[in-house]
Design a protein around this ligand. Structure first.
Ligand code: PBG
Length: 326
């Protein structure tokens, strides 16, 4: 009988040994908290499909922002949810300086400002009556170039609030270049772009659509990426970097760890990943049933996303995870 000469188990024996040799650590400063601000709300409204997450009032948004900053969270990504009466064909409430998203960005800047990174979602889907990320052509398809002109204005309106960063999440071709150009032309050379470069048209956004009260019928397969494709993600990332993306992002995260790793190998800008609503909901639902250890699953999934190559992670657990990690 022969015994092993090499014993990797030696380094796993105690928590201190394991901590010493850990290859991956998630820091609170690498986490970004997505937040939903709902127009006209008087009390925060819990979301059935995202236990623990709410649509915020202006007041509760400020509180949540402070809590996140105190926990050491690295950034805040704001989504505005307009009153249904304020949705229209072109999503004009998204551009309105007094629209809910821009109001919220101003609130966040006034409240936490430069102690964190304030980001606005740059997309029309929350604001359009049809729920698509862009405006529709006469045949009902999403009109790429007409949408770009609107994104350009929307970017400047967000920059006007003082926000540090805009998140181009609509998956229109050329969106990063058009937004960069518009920001520069308006004197906002220092407002940065988080590009949702490889955003897949998958099943994991379900709970988010409840969170933003999406009006979408059908799907986004004509503009978001098809789940089987990885090489195409690199093409998208190359384009976004060439157009001026400051950070590129892969979304969702856990089902696309291979894409995160490939993107990490390819670019020299920071790589982010979005642990989306469906990923959050799966763990929360299993934990609520006693089928999974919630905290461990949370931290393990974040560690996996980091290990794959994302140095920034958007996650609904940002504040809690940051508190646990400190
Ligand atoms: C679109 C947008 C979506 C998400 C963020 N921005 C949804 C979609 O494409 O339908 C999803 C985030 C999540 O599921 O957590 N602006």
């Amino acid at each position: 009988m022969s015994f092993p000469d090499d014993r990797p188990r030696r380094l796993r024996r105690t928590p201190a040994l394991r901590r010493l040799v850990a290859e991956t650590r998630v820091a609170p400063s690498e986490l970004v908290l997505p937040l939903f601000l709902k127009e006209g709300l008087t009390e925060p409204r819990p979301l059935g499909s995202m236990p623990g997450i709410v649509q915020h009032t202006r007041e509760s948004l400020r509180k949540a922002a402070h809590e996140a900053v105190e926990a050491g969270v690295g950034g805040l990504m704001l989504y505005g949810v307009p009153d249904t009466a304020n949705k229209d064909e072109t999503g004009s409430a998204g551009l309105d300086p007094d629209g809910i998203l821009n109001v919220g960005l101003r609130d966040l800047m006034a409240e936490v400002g430069d102690s964190t990174v304030v980001m606005g979602d740059l997309c029309l889907d929350e604001f359009t009556s049809h729920g698509h990320c862009g405006v529709l052509a006469s045949d009902g398809s999403v009109d790429n170039d007409a949408t770009l002109a609107i994104y350009a204005e929307m970017a400047v309106a967000q920059a006007d609030t003082g926000a540090h960063m805009v998140g181009t999440s609509g998956m229109m071709d050329g969106q990063v270049g058009v937004v960069r150009h518009a920001l520069d032309k308006a004197g906002y050379q220092d407002v940065s772009i988080l590009a949702y470069s490889a955003k897949y048209a998958g099943a994991f956004y379900g709970p988010f659509r409840e969170a933003v009260e999406s009006s979408l019928q059908g799907d986004r397969r004509q503009y978001q990426q098809d789940p089987p494709n990885l090489i195409e993600a690199l093409r998208e990332v190359d384009l976004d970097v060439a157009e001026g993306a400051d950070i590129v992002m892969v979304k969702p995260a856990l089902p696309y760890l291979d894409v995160i790793a490939a993107v990490r190998d390819r670019v020299t800008v920071p790589v982010a990943a979005y642990q989306v609503s469906g990923e959050y909901a799966m763990v929360e639902a299993a934990a609520a049933n006693g089928w999974i250890d919630r905290e461990r699953a949370m931290l393990e999934s974040l560690t996996s996303i980091k290990r794959a190559g994302a140095q920034i992670i958007l996650t609904y657990w940002a504040t809690e995870a940051a508190q646990l990690l400190r």
